[in-house]
Design a binder for this molecule. Structure first.
Ligand code: DP6
Length: 404
């Protein structure tokens, strides 16, 4: 570990994944603790494609005057309530472990200030779940620095609700819980990422703009004004969660896909039922929805599913054997601006040709540049330690590396 003018500088770097919900979280019963009005379930996306993850370095030293944080090369306000909740909780757990006599707690770190530097490699707030990976990574890295172990999803949940699900790999449920203190509102792995290797994910990046209404304020207005949201949380999601968990256990793609699409549609219906209404989908999103249904109708089988979060980007779930053809379908109906060199990122997908019959049966007019690129990926593991010290985002002076 590097030395800092006589003071020990502890430094840890970790990365954490994005997750995409197939049963959506929308609405809180407690704004401060971030307690949801319904349970939810997501798939953690793989970090190896290096396109959908957050990397965070936390440094801790006696010489630091105050806690500081840099996000994507810019210093941010550390006094922000959600950041403070996460830091306070991790330090409280560390103190508790220390007083319980646990040997792995770094006693010195308890009284020291921290410098945090975090980088996302995807567009922040474009509806690509950046807050989920961000808070999961912050909490995971802080816990490593402080020597805290155990159930940490209750902590990352207090940074951003969906972040609790990024604490685990594979298929993860966030159990809403009943208690007022939120101790039973936590994430649990339903199946690991190895459970369903044929399942593939395609992120169709429709727009990299910031979303017009953030999820936090959007869901607040929905809770206040939408009776459909109340019906959804009370009467639809509980049964849907059970069905979805069963579909995942059995690797039943048809059930998984249909529940995923219905739940995305109902979430966006509650956005329309919100007053004033919230529109996250745009024309391209609607076209993707049509395209998927026409593709499935052609084969008389549910081969592909879409889901949309608080933005216009589509996330497609399909099986390995359909990836090549469906990517070609997307390229055909949303021809890229260039010759397609960088149109597909992530896991390589072989080229294929489409039958005239399929094109005609889909029967839509191609829209040039509707989709800027596709990220091809799959389910992956939870947060992990980055072992290589050259990947630290902070230098031995505790300040961000210029190249970070
Ligand atoms: C549409 O977790 O971003 O992506 O808890 O206020 O930070 P806060 O909201 P956030 O909401 C995510 C909403 C969603 C659905 C989901 O991921 O389940």
């Amino acid at each position: 570990m590097p030395e800092d003018s006589g003071n020990k500088l502890t430094m840890v770097t970790c990365s954490a994944p994005v997750n995409i919900a197939v049963i959506k979280y929308w609405g809180k019963r407690d704004e401060e603790l971030i307690l949801p009005i319904n349970s939810s379930l997501s798939v953690t996306l793989h970090q190896d494609q290096c396109l959908l993850k957050t990397t965070t370095t936390v440094a801790c030293s006696r010489s630091f005057q105050e806690d500081r944080i840099w996000l994507n090369d810019k210093e941010e306000d550390i006094t922000q309530a959600r950041l403070q909740s996460c830091l306070r909780e991790i330090r409280r757990l560390a103190r508790k472990r220390h007083s319980d006599g646990e040997a792995d707690v770094d006693a010195a770190a308890l009284s020291h200030k921290v410098h945090i530097c975090s980088v996302n490699n995807f567009p922040t707030a474009a509806g690509l779940a950046s807050s989920a990976a961000g808070y999961a990574c912050l909490v995971y890295t802080m816990s490593r620095v402080m020597g805290v172990e155990g159930e940490l999803s209750v902590v990352s949940r207090q940074g951003s609700g969906s972040a609790c699900r990024s604490m685990y790999g594979g298929f993860v449920q966030w159990i809403m819980g009943q208690q007022g203190d939120g101790k039973d509102s936590l994430a649990q792995q339903v199946e690991p990422e190895t459970h369903w290797p044929e399942l593939r994910v395609l992120v169709l990046v429709v727009s990299a703009e910031r979303k017009p209404v953030g999820s936090t304020s959007g869901m607040q207005t929905s809770v206040e004004t939408s009776s459909l949201l109340k019906h959804r949380a009370d009467s639809v999601v509980p049964a849907r969660m059970k069905e979805m968990i069963e579909a995942v256990h059995k690797r039943d793609f048809t059930a998984f896909a249909e529940l995923t699409m219905k739940d995305s549609n109902q979430f966006h219906a509650t956005c329309l039922d919100t007053y004033p209404p919230i529109f996250y989908l745009n024309d391209v999103s609607h076209r993707v929805i049509n395209l998927v249904h026409r593709y499935n109708r052609h084969y008389r089988e549910t081969r592909v599913a879409y889901t949309f979060d608080a933005g216009p980007n589509a996330v497609i779930y399909t099986l390995q054997q359909n990836v090549e053809e469906f990517v070609q379908v997307v390229k055909h109906f949303f021809p890229p601006e260039t010759n397609g060199g960088q149109f597909l990122k992530g896991i390589p997908v072989a080229l294929t040709t489409l039958s005239e019959e399929l094109k005609q049966s889909i029967g839509m007019e191609p829209v040039v540049k509707g989709i800027s690129y596709i990220i091809s990926t799959k389910a992956g593991p939870g947060p992990r330690l980055v072992e290589d010290p050259s990947e630290h985002l902070l230098g031995s002076d505790g300040l961000p590396n210029k190249s970070a």
